[in-house]
Ligand binder design. Structure first.
Ligand code: ACO
Length: 339
């Protein structure tokens, strides 16, 4: 008896991954700087001059992260011209999941009727959407899945300490989504880069609610369940990390800053964006900015900005686009896409 011959491995060439649709959603309620002046000692002038933020959106009490995410997802599916049952995987990047479990991605699956999808959440704070984009890309290039829905969604109003003027003026709620698929041709994600530095976890974090400081009346009294931030250190780290991330991904792509038609940065603070624009030598009008209207919506921020840039025609077919983000962890990430 002859032993069976080993089967030849199928050669599957690496597939390019394209964003075939985008969507976003922000809650209706607008919270202006003037309203914040009534609840903490601050001023519109201070907030605008230090951050560029004029207003932010706040979700209703019964509007959860999965609701924001599902609305953004449905807009992205419509934009892509596909139906929910075509989705193989749903990835939700968030630091404000509806619950510890099930994942917010599972709630989104039920809400949009994506019955053929596997679902999980990903935690990389404000960098989450680009981390999820990279994970999705790996699943598609490896031929594991064909169509992936990537969502960045956060209801930061649920974890903000509304008595802390250092943080409460910065954040807002929202969601952005993208549908990824291999479309053929050379356009799509060209290169990505991700990095982290766990040594600096304590400059931006929520100490309570997890297993270190489980929910208790005492921990809630001490406001351990809300965002703590060392603003100055976060600012410094954000500028350095985003610049390094941008340079690294451009080097991988074989491109220069002048080749980029549009740069979509994390929407945390206008001064951070101005600082990186100055150090890149790129004019500010090349940057997509919407933080004046939405504040910092964490994982949603770059996703909402991507959707707005797409829908307002900031990117034309063939354009090179850079996305670059920074967040708690610390985490950072960048991605160059040929649109
Ligand atoms: N209104 C009025 N005064 C304020 C406010 C406010 N909302 N917040 C702080 N101040 C006061 C401070 O108490 C301080 O007063 P003091 O001098 O009497 O002590 C003074 O303003 C100056 O404070 P600084 O912290 O020096 O102000 P700074 O110019 O650094 O700006 C800011 C603060 C806007 C938070 C800045 O450090 C920053 O943007 N950091 C990065 C924050 C960020 O982007 N976080 C998120 C990134 S990652 C993610 O998205 C999760």
């Amino acid at each position: 008896m002859t032993s069976p011959q080993p089967r030849p491995r199928l050669h599957q060439p690496k597939r390019t991954v394209s964003i075939i649709g985008t969507g976003s959603y922000v809650p209706e309620r607008v919270l202006t700087n003037a309203e914040l002046e009534k609840s903490v000692e601050t001023s519109d002038e201070w907030i605008v001059s230090r951050t560029g933020i004029k207003e932010r959106r706040i979700a209703a009490d019964d509007e959860h992260t999965s609701d924001l995410a599902s609305k953004a997802a449905l807009a992205a599916l419509e934009n892509a011209g596909i139906t929910a049952d075509e989705i193989d995987l749903i990835l939700v990047a968030t630091v404000t999941p509806d619950m510890f479990f099930p994942s917010t991605a599972c709630f989104v699956q039920a809400k949009i009727g994506a019955k053929n999808a596997a679902c999980f959440d990903l935690s990389a704070a404000c960098s989450g959407f680009l981390y999820a984009l990279e994970v999705a890309q790996q699943f598609i290039t490896s031929h594991t899945y064909n169509t992936i829905l990537v969502i960045g969604a956060d209801k930061l109003s649920s974890i903000v300490d509304w008595k802390d003027r250092n943080t409460c003026v910065l954040f807002g709620d929202g969601a952005g989504a993208a549908v990824l698929r291999h479309r053929g041709g050379s356009h799509g994600v060209i290169a990505t880069h991700m990095g982290s530095n766990g040594d600096l976890a304590d400059i931006l974090y929520i100490p309570g609610g997890g297993c270190r400081h489980p929910i208790s009346a005492e921990n809630v009294d001490q406001r351990l369940n809300s965002i703590k931030m060392n603003g100055k250190e976060t600012y410094k780290q954000a500028v350095n990390a985003m610049l390094t991330a941008a340079n690294t991904v451009l080097e991988k792509s074989g491109l220069k800053f002048e080749d980029l038609s549009c740069i979509i940065p994390h929407q945390a603070n206008l001064r951070i964006i101005e600082a990186i624009a100055g150090r890149m030598g790129v004019p500010m009008d090349r940057f997509m900015i919407n933080l004046d209207r939405f504040g910092n919506t964490s994982a949603a921020a770059v996703a909402i900005a991507l959707d707005e840039a797409h829908r307002t025609g900031r990117m034309q077919i063939g354009d090179y686009v850079l996305l670059v983000v920074f967040g708690g962890g610390l985490t950072w990430a960048s991605s160059v896409i040929q649109w």
